[in-house]
Design a protein around this ligand. Structure first.
Ligand SMILES: CC(C)(COP(=O)(O)OP(=O)(O)OC[C@H]1O[C@@H](n2cnc3c(N)ncnc32)[C@H](O)[C@@H]1OP(=O)(O)O)[C@@H](O)C(=O)NCCC(=O)NCCS
Length: 176
């Protein structure tokens, strides 16, 4: 009988705010997993506006970022604009912890909704978001311009009841 592999632990991974000292490591991580990584200049502009942006890193025991995520506040909505985990640390709960932290931030900021776009082909990320209650609301054709000149459609996902206690329960269950 096959025995399922134990889920790896994230116990040695800590979440903290991203700082300018993390920019190089975050860009190196993105180069591994993002088809169109943010430029250094764009990342620095995000870090310069903490009023409307929350950027987090998940760091390993040696302090090196193994994941990061970003939330941008627009009026009373939170837009998840980035989430990425080093391939060596994927599928061990790091992405869930980062997304849970952004969702808690949306609750703390008193936002009413959260949204994001994701490639329709990105089954891993879609599965992650669905666990937190994000629901599909439509497709933006050709939303992503890829480096090879092709485009990929975006699936638009929303959570509309950020202020509902049921969402807070969903966050805690999905991030266990
Ligand atoms: C999407 C991503 C951030 C997930 O990070 P992660 O740390 O691996 O996620 P977790 O370990 O917390 O996984 C949580 C759940 O997401 C889903 N999931 C994650 N990776 C998956 C995969 N490869 N295939 C299917 N489902 C997956 C599962 O439901 C998983 O729960 P389970 O392991 O109990 O089955 C990571 O795969 C990544 O960095 N991908 C590249 C960048 C990217 O696509 N970002 C999103 C852009 S919108």
């Amino acid at each position: 009988m096959a025995v399922a592999a134990p889920r790896r632990t994230t116990a040695e991974v800590t979440l903290r705010p991203m700082g300018t000292a993390d920019v190089a490591a975050v860009r190196a991580l993105d180069a591994l997993v993002q088809p169109s990584p943010w430029s250094e200049a764009f990342l620095r502009t995000q870090l310069a506006d903490p009023e409307t942006r929350t950027l987090l890193v998940a760091e390993g025991p040696d302090g090196t970022p193994v994941g990061h995520a970003a939330l941008v506040v627009v009026a009373d909505e939170g837009h998840v604009t980035s989430i990425a985990v080093d391939p060596a640390h994927q599928r061990s709960g790091v992405g869930s912890r980062l997304l849970a932290a952004l969702c808690r931030e949306a609750v703390v900021r008193g936002l009413t909704a959260m949204t994001l776009e994701v490639r329709t082909t990105n089954e891993a990320a879609i599965a992650l978001y669905r666990r937190f209650g994000f629901a599909p609301a439509g497709v933006r054709p050709g939303y992503y311009a890829d480096p090879d000149g092709s485009t990929t459609d975006a699936l638009v996902l929303w959570v509309h009841d950020v202020d509902d206690p049921a969402f807070r329960r969903a966050i805690e269950e999905a991030s266990r």
